[in-house]
Design a protein around this ligand. Structure first.
Ligand code: FAD
Length: 361
């Protein structure tokens, strides 16, 4: 690896939110350097439903994606279901590899320097942050090399759910409550609806997102840690839909999903995306919220005022976090799920309003 120039902003993690942060930083007149040990395009366990707000943000960032449009959300509990359609344009089901490739290409066009190394340590002083680099990152395929460091006036940690930066800064909050996990897999089958379907069962939820005209992605969420086959048994109607359909990807997992950070800032370091905390995948807003945080971080750092970021991040994250927490708590039991569906049936405008309020940026 050649020498790495000092930067205005060192972005740790080149998932979608880290790449978007680097793009917003360039637009704000900053020079970013991005650290990502894994080779592109990166795949990840995800429901792959991009809310309309996220689709619009990607277009504005010069990273348009095609995917397959979906027009709203349907919640299904046995024979009962309720749905709401987006009023201001569709969402998109997009394979993570396609999303990553689009953002990586936009970053390359914008001249973002990407260093294929992992962050291993951080040292802050009054004018900047030194970021030490690992010889090789986790499962990166990158050969070990001499250790090196890169310095930035600021650092943005976009290193995901189990953020090593969050841990190193002592910002991790010990987990409490039910631990939930997610698994995802794709199947060669024509989508049977133009909505994202969320199936409820006593064991958790199954998310079905159309990602192509002949392919759907399925994400299983819940507290169980069984195999894909075991967990699919909890969703008989879905199992029937998928019977005989050829799997088109391997099973990938993630969790525990709930992660908390004491703060989204420590000195000159700010945390964006899942690194700053995550509630759950139930409402499918991780990417929309993460992209909005990326923008807020670039704005605060371009003003030289990282202290502005936590409030700006809370503004774009709280509505979704509150809805997700509320929905999780109220749908943990069968009577709770029935009550939510009944309420949504009785006051469809309210359900419609909630879905649409969160769908747009
Ligand atoms: C099962 C499941 C279903 C979901 N469904 C949806 C959905 O339908 N819609 C939606 O919008 N969201 C969904 N989400 C949430 C979404 O996947 C995340 O919010 C999103 O991936 C966050 O992006 P990120 O860039 O913050 O983190 P990530 O995508 O996790 O990227 C973090 C990056 O940091 C890198 N990294 C880690 N450590 C280091 C280090 N030390 N140095 C340098 N780099 C490092 C990693 O290699 C990785 O590439 C779902 C999540 C799960 C688990």
């Amino acid at each position: 690896m050649g020498p790495v120039a000092d930067a205005d902003v060192v972005v740790i993690g080149g998932g979608p939110v880290g790449l978007a942060t680097a793009l917003y930083a360039v637009r704000a007149g900053l020079v970013p350097v991005l650290l990502e040990p894994r080779a592109a395009p990166i795949d990840k366990a995800c429901g792959e439903g991009l809310m309309p707000g996220a689709v619009a943000a990607l277009g504005r960032l010069g990273a348009p994606v095609t995917g397959r449009p979906f027009l709203g959300i349907r919640y299904v509990d046995g024979a009962r279901s309720v749905e709401a359609r987006f009023r201001g344009g569709p969402g998109l089901g997009v394979r993570r590899t396609e999303l990553h490739a689009a953002l990586a290409a936009a970053a390359e066009r914008a001249g973002v320097e990407v260093v294929p190394r992992a962050m291993s340590a951080l040292t802050q002083d009054p004018t900047g942050v030194r970021v030490d680099l690992d010889g090789a990152g986790p499962s990166s395929g990158v050969r070990s090399g001499p250790s090196a460091s890169v310095r930035g006036r600021f650092v943005v940690a976009a290193d995901g759910l189990h953020s090593p930066t969050r841990r190193l800064l002592g910002l991790d909050v010990p987990p409490r409550g039910v631990r939930r996990f997610g698994l995802r897999r794709h199947f060669r089958v024509g989508p049977w609806t133009d909505l994202v379907e969320v199936h409820w069962s006593p064991a958790g939820e199954a998310y079905v997102t159309p990602v192509a005209d002949d392919e759907v992605g399925v994400a299983l969420l819940g507290s169980g840690r069984g195999s894909w086959q075991d967990r699919l048994q909890d969703f008989p109607a879905l199992r029937e839909r998928l019977a005989g359909a050829e799997p088109t990807s391997t099973v990938l997992g993630a969790g525990p999903l709930r992660q908390r950070s004491r703060s989204r800032r420590a000195g000159r370091v700010v945390l964006v995306g899942d690194a700053g905390g995550y509630v759950d995948a139930l409402t499918g807003e991780g990417l929309a919220v993460g992209l909005a945080q990326a923008r807020a971080a670039a704005t605060a750092l371009a003003a030289g005022r990282p202290q502005l970021y936590p409030r700006a991040a809370a503004r774009v994250s709280l509505p979704s976090a509150a809805l997700t927490s509320g929905l999780l708590a109220s749908t943990r039991t069968a009577p709770g799920r029935r009550a939510v569906l009944t309420a949504a049936h009785r006051a469809p405008w309210l359900f419609d309003q909630a879905v649409n309020a969160l769908a747009h940026d």
